[in-house]
Design a protein around this ligand. Structure first.
Ligand code: 13P
Length: 344
């Protein structure tokens, strides 16, 4: 298969009706923070046990088409020796890999950040591919203040994101292109909308400059929301309308699928907002789905709490959120379905 056919084969598995992506690629500091909040020790083995729990959840393959792994997980196996990436691919779930190396302050643009990890990326991708990865993820962050992101921050991040995407495609790896406009702060929804539009506009101009094949990417944006400290929150219909407006203005219809991050929304908010978008735009040119981390995992991680005897209940919690988001991906969710005592 040449690289283009490989990209299309992977995309075809990710866009299947009813499915989305699970982001289980928390870096060591991030998973340690999430575990720490629940008084769970973060060790090689506890992280392996937790991710094994998620990946072996019976029935999850109905709602999850791909899982983003952290590099450590790609080298880990179940107790019986099966590599965790193989556990996924045997169930028809495509393994992916986070390849960025986090962010540092961007010189010349106070308050903005830039993502690292381009050096040696092509070689790393070859190794990841041998271990089963078929798509990659790279996250850029854009914090909102009165001055940020700066025009330089928007431009520099778009360049890096497009270079990463071009390198992935040359290796036959589908790039998840993730420009995350952060939820932190007390800004209005209108300010978030303005920033999101400028960011996506710059990202797609850069993808074009780097000759990235749009049919072979996954876009992973944040939703247009007021800042976390801004009251009141916006209703799902308001979030949906603003987010769709930005996407229609900036994302060509050649992009097959848009898989949102949850970005600090509650699990229910992330589901309700995705549902509102699909209800409002059933004929959108792209699939509108999920690539959630916290919004798929929070209930499961809390239920597990680091104890083997909680695994079945934690798997139930994970499956429930996956099912709810799968309904939202088609605009068929409603809040009444979403309480643990409702029949499934
Ligand atoms: P959240 O859904 O928790 O924001 O995580 C998604 C992700 O991959 C962030 O990079």
């Amino acid at each position: 298969m040449d690289a283009r056919d490989e990209l299309q084969a992977t995309i075809a598995k990710l866009v299947v009706a009813g499915k989305g992506i699970l982001a289980a690629d928390e870096s060591l500091p991030t998973i340690t923070k999430r575990f720490g909040a629940l008084r769970i020790d973060s060790t090689d083995d506890s992280r392996r046990a937790y991710r094994s729990l998620l990946f072996t959840t019976p029935g999850a393959e109905e709602f999850i088409g791909g899982v983003i792994l952290f590099e450590e997980t790609l080298g880990q196996s179940l107790d019986d020796g099966t590599p965790l990436a193989d556990v996924l691919s045997r169930r028809g779930i495509v393994p992916g890999i986070k390849v960025d190396k986090g962010t540092v302050p961007l010189p010349g643009a106070p308050g903005d950040f830039i993502t690292q990890g381009l050096d040696g990326l092509a070689e790393r991708l070859k190794t990841y591919k041998q271990k089963g990865a078929r798509f990659a993820k790279w996250r850029e962050i854009y914090g909102i203040t009165d001055r940020n992101p700066t025009p330089l921050g928007i431009h520099a991040n778009a360049e890096v994101l497009a270079r990463y995407a071009a390198i992935c495609q040359e290796c036959g790896i589908v790039p998840i292109v993730e420009p995350e406009v952060l939820i932190d702060g007390d800004h209005t929804l209108e300010r978030c909308q303005e920033v999101a539009e400028a960011v996506l506009h710059a990202v797609f101009a850069a993808l074009n400059r780097y000759r990235v094949t749009l049919e072979g990417i996954v876009l992973k944006p944040s939703m247009v929301l007021p800042g976390k400290e801004h009251a009141p929150k916006a209703a799902p219909e308001v979030v949906a309308r603003a987010t769709l407006e930005v996407l229609r203005r900036t994302v060509p219809s050649a992009v097959p699928t848009i898989n949102f991050l949850s970005g600090g929304q509650s699990s229910i908010e992330a589901t309700a907002n995705l549902n509102a978008m699909n209800a409002m735009a059933p004929n959108a040119p792209w699939v509108l789905s999920y690539s959630y981390g916290r919004a798929l995992q929070d209930d499961a991680m809390r239920t597990w709490a680091g104890r083997a005897d909680n695994v079945p209940a934690a798997q139930d919690a994970f499956l429930r959120r996956a099912r709810m988001n799968s309904l939202a991906r088609h605009g068929k969710w409603d809040a009444a379905m979403d309480n643990p005592s409702a029949r499934q």
